[in-house]
Design a protein around this ligand. Structure first.
Ligand SMILES: *Cc1c(COP(=O)(O)O)cnc(C)c1O
Length: 780
């Protein structure tokens, strides 16, 4: 028995008094996890010399930690063997909840960055919020989305250590709370643990005392406890209401202020009150605008509490902060009502005013005055413009894919680019190959290692070596056999989880991502309906049997997105109930799409659906996961799709639809109602929303969906150009189907070349670019 496994047994004995054979899954999980943390290098707990980068993010969509940590520690096999010996299969840990402290791509990016930085020796710590409840759990009832709370700590949280001595106070206008850090070692590949993820939990100043006998005091203390805990209770609450907005602003300031304080605390231990070296010791990356208030907080502490001249404080902040933009549409950039801001953060607001004044002087000096200042002002129209604050008071702003950064420079933020072009740079997103290939697809990983060695685990560009085999039919057959195996595994899982049976010999066409109008799940849905009618009418023959698989959560208050879910579930029911098409068409919408589900779905796709309206998806990372696992992309010229086809070749993917410039040119002339009236095929599809073909249970959902595509509602009719791109999409989808049916070897080769060219989409590459081009942190 190794030291590691004997440590598992002694932790188990100590904490539960049980032997491994008697322990519950939760008990085993806790013991294994704690033994793994013990086995890791303890360096993460210590203060380290040298410059550190800090990744401030309101979201970390980590997923299940146990398998990836064991993989990175090199203990996955040993743990599985040990468990087997004790009569348990390591898959029991699939019962452990994902840590879903994020909504989607932005939060998952943060998690991939942590893995990559730890692996590549980049000194990067994460800072965020320890939400009591993460992203809601989704089920379907009669095809409608239902949400329940995500109690992710149900089995405990053995990876975190509460750091009582490092807690700090955070002050709002109407309350003061403790921010208590829970630290997690970030375990990189090879067991490197030089980095920490610090998540803050809000607690009342006075520990709640249940024995308070004075009724009034009891009520007061109870209220204080609830109001404090509310701050880190749920992943950003619904911000439709005033209270929701207030709470969200409090969350942003809560983790920003606590993180800045803890950084300054560590800094002062070596530099005392000489803050001039701060930019040599720390770089802070703002993941979108959510943590931008930390700029004002740093200014408040330096200029207010530490009495530095404002200019000096500003110059320090400018060199410390850098900002990542994730939004293309200028109108979607985050803004706060100035009065709300003032009331929640009265001590911070004056520093927003001072920065705004400085900006105005700066603009004047450049000859920009009056109305020309409007696109720059941080305070304007009674709003605080967070992105403007981040750009002005930092030294770097980056987009997350080449096309996105170009749009920022030329359109969304062109006024800023004109004045500060040197601040703009691109960092195309990436994904960690440890989770998304080694862990999610060990079969493909073994295949690749056999061909090109295992260097790809830490240097994904090694995949390029696969290209040498592109005409070797035995190799391509083996590659295709892996795909079939992953499809069989997914089918078995879907059978178990959804009660739906899939035939693995079908083509698997998958669209999984958050549900949003711009991502156009509706376009996919309409295309399936068109296939259905085409088959019924005899217009479509020789269609290779295809399973269309969806997974997506809709924000609880996003009525239209929920309608799309219901619509797709109704299409699934229609198709399933029709014996004339059942052998060629299958539709399934899986419940509760999350990181763990993504790990099963991505390796099993033949076709990856990436069909957002051109100019709306900043980058996407789901597209990269599919590419890496050998799927072709059926997509628009948007986000990182552009770079995916740039790497793997347009001929090995399926690009369709209007490009950014065409969309821009359409803006004023677009008339979807005219398309509806004149195009019989489209009319028939949309009419299913009204004529009873599909049933929304009298909710009015389908009628609203119909209106969204044909009438002006609170936004333009069909604002994402679903009808415009429909025929191009249909034609391309049918071409994919023909290619798959008629020349499987050629199709497999396309898939293979996608894997071989996925090297640049490793988040290792991305994080090294951040480290070298923005942060200037040394490798450790
Ligand atoms: C990768 C990932 C995303 C992001 O997907 P996109 O297709 O880039 O929007 C969202 N959710 C989960 C669970 C993921 O793993």
């Amino acid at each position: 028995m190794s030291r590691y496994t004997s440590s598992i047994e002694s932790i188990l004995a100590l904490e539960t008094g049980k032997k491994p054979g008697q322990a519950t899954t939760a008990e085993l999980y806790n013991a294994v996890s704690k033994a793994a943390v013990e086995a890791a290098d303890p360096a993460w707990k210590e203060e380290k010399p040298g410059k550190r980068a800090c990744y401030f993010s309101a979201e970390f969509l980590i997923g299940r930690m146990i398998y990836s940590n064991l993989l990175n520690l090199g203990l996955l096999r040993e743990t599985a063997d040990w468990l087997k010996e004790k009569g348990t299969d390591i898959t029991v840990f699939e019962d452990i909840e994902d840590a879903a402290l994020g909504n989607g791509g932005l939060g998952r990016l943060a998690a991939c960055f942590l893995d990559s930085a730890a692996t590549q020796g980049v000194a990067l710590d994460g800072y965020g919020i320890r939400y009591r409840y993460g992203l809601f759990k989704q089920t379907f009832e009669d095809g409608f989305q239902r949400e329940t709370a995500d109690d992710w700590q149900r089995f405990g949280d053995p990876w975190s250590v509460r750091r009582e001595t490092e807690k700090v106070q955070v002050r709002f206008g109407d309350q003061t709370v403790w921010a208590v850090p829970y630290d997690m070692p970030v375990i990189g590949y090879g067991g490197k643990t030089v980095n920490t993820l610090r998540l803050w939990q809000a607690e009342p100043l006075q520990p709640f005392d249940f024995t308070l006998f004075n009724e009034q005091k009891y009520d007061e203390a109870y209220r204080e406890k609830n109001e404090a805990e509310a701050i880190s209770s749920v992943l950003y609450p619904n911000d439709d209401t005033e209270a929701g907005k207030r709470l969200r602003l409090k969350q942003q300031y809560f983790f920003s202020s606590a993180s800045i304080r803890s950084i300054l605390k560590a800094y002062k231990r070596t530099h005392g009150s000489d803050f001039s070296h701060l930019p040599e010791e720390y770089a802070i990356q703002l993941n979108d605008t959510h943590p931008t208030v930390s700029i004002a907080e740093l200014l408040r502490i330096l200029a207010g509490e530490e009495a530095l001249p404002f200019e000096k404080a500003f110059s320090i902040a400018e060199r410390v902060f850098a900002y990542t933009n994730h939004t293309i549409m200028a109108e979607a950039l985050e803004k706060w009502d100035a009065r709300l801001f003032m009331s929640v953060l009265p001590d911070v607001y004056p520093y927003i005013v001072m920065v705004n004044d400085r900006l105005r002087r700066d603009l004047l000096a450049r000859g920009i005055e009056g109305a020309a200042q409007e696109p720059y002002r941080i305070l304007s129209g009674g709003l605080v413009h967070m992105a403007r604050l981040a750009i002005y008071a930092g030294h770097s702003i980056n987009g997350v894919a080449g096309i996105h950064t170009e749009i920022l420079k030329n359109t969304a933020l062109r006024e800023w680019y004109a004045l500060w072009p040197e601040r703009f740079n691109n960092k195309t997103n990436g994904i960690t190959q440890r989770r998304w290939l080694a862990l999610a697809n060990p079969e493909l990983a073994a295949f690749i290692t056999e061909k090109v060695g295992d260097g790809w685990l830490t240097d994904l560009s090694k995949l390029k070596g696969l290209e040498a085999y592109q005409d070797d039919s035995a190799v391509l057959d083996a590659f295709a056999a892996v795909k079939l195996e992953k499809k069989q595994q997914l089918a078995a899982h879907i059978q178990k989880a959804e009660g739906v049976s899939l035939d693995p010999s079908f083509l698997f066409d998958i669209q999984v991502k958050r549900l949003h109008e711009y991502k156009r799940q509706m376009l996919n849905a309409l295309s399936i309906l068109d296939l259905y009618f085409g088959m019924k009418d005899g217009r479509i023959r020789d269609f290779y049997p295809t399973a269309f698989i969806f997974g997506a959560k809709a924000a609880p208050s996003y009525f239209r997105a929920k309608a799309v879910i219901k619509f797709i579930n109704e299409i699934a029911r229609l198709v399933d109930g029709d014996s004339a098409v059942r052998d060629r068409l299958k539709v399934v919408f899986v419940q509760n799409y999350n990181v763990s589900y993504a790990e099963k779905l991505t390796p099993a796709a033949d076709v990856s659906e990436q069909i957002s309206t051109a100019g709306t998806e900043a980058s996407g990372t789901g597209n990269m996961k599919f590419m890496l696992n050998g799927a072709v992309t059926l997509g628009t010229y948007d986000g990182a799709n552009v770079e995916i086809v740039g790497q793997a070749g347009e001929e090995n993917n399926y690009i369709f639809g209007a490009r950014v410039e065409e969309i821009a040119a359409l803006e004023t002339s677009y008339d979807p109602k005219a398309i509806y009236r004149s195009d019989a095929r489209i009319k028939r599809l949309l009419d299913t929303l009204l004529d009873g073909t599909l049933d929304d249970g009298k909710t009015g959902m389908f009628e609203e969906l119909f209106a969204s595509l044909t009438e002006k509602t609170w936004n333009r009719a069909d604002q994402y150009y679903v009808l415009h791109d429909f025929h191009a999409y249909m034609d391309t989808k049918l071409r994919v189907n023909r290619d798959y049916a008629q020349n499987r070897a050629a199709f497999t080769k396309k898939c293979f070349l996608n894997t071989a060219n996925a090297g640049m989409f490793s988040s290792d590459r991305t994080i090294l670019q951040y480290a070298q081009e923005i942060w200037g942190v040394p490798m450790v």
